[in-house]
Design a protein around this ligand. Structure first.
Ligand SMILES: [Zn+2]
Length: 160
């Protein structure tokens, strides 16, 4: 039987635990990954590559995937630095999660490259089923899908 969305998210949460903030609550996890099953293999690949990059550079636990979603038909993956304590100009410590240093590092460049690759692949893979697809627009909504799911989408919109 095919995996449900909850089962897939549980798998990622356990298998790639190092890539996610351990402080995420179950509630956070409900909305962290919202893409459909056709793109799940892409995310799994991304996690595998990201883990490799972070391990290679000794930065496991310094970067977290914050959100994975579809927007305007595109795959969006948000990777942010782990929160860390920094002294502000008055000498007070505060928790921040911005990019420091702001200049690109080998790790930020690699994250950018693997992200671009996976987003590029998603542009040609049906988000519903994982078959070859392309960007379609139905009544102003964007989505990447195959011919079959394009037809179903149009029928679903017409039936409303
Ligand atoms: Zn499809």
């Amino acid at each position: 039987m095919a995996m449900t969305h909850d089962e897939y998210v549980a798998y990622i949460r356990e298998r790639y635990a190092a890539l996610f903030d351990p402080n995420n609550s179950d509630g956070d996890w409900q909305y962290l990954i919202t893409i459909n099953r056709g793109w799940w293999p892409l995310l799994t690949d991304f996690c595998e590559q990201l883990e490799g990059v972070l391990r290679h550079h000794g930065e496991i636990g310094r970067w977290y995937i914050r959100q994975v979603k579809e927007k305007f038909g595109e795959l969006r993956i948000y990777v942010r630095p782990a929160p860390y304590e920094r002294l502000d100009i008055d000498g007070f410590a505060k928790w921040v999660d911005d990019i420091d240093p702001s200049a690109p590092t080998p790790v930020t460049e690699m994250i950018g490259i693997i992200k671009e690759q996976v987003i590029g692949r998603a542009a040609h893979i049906c988000e519903e089923c994982g078959e070859p697809g392309e960007m379609r627009v139905v009544e102003g909504w964007y989505g990447v899908c195959c011919d079959k799911h394009h037809a179903e989408w149009i029928a679903r919109m017409a039936a409303r």
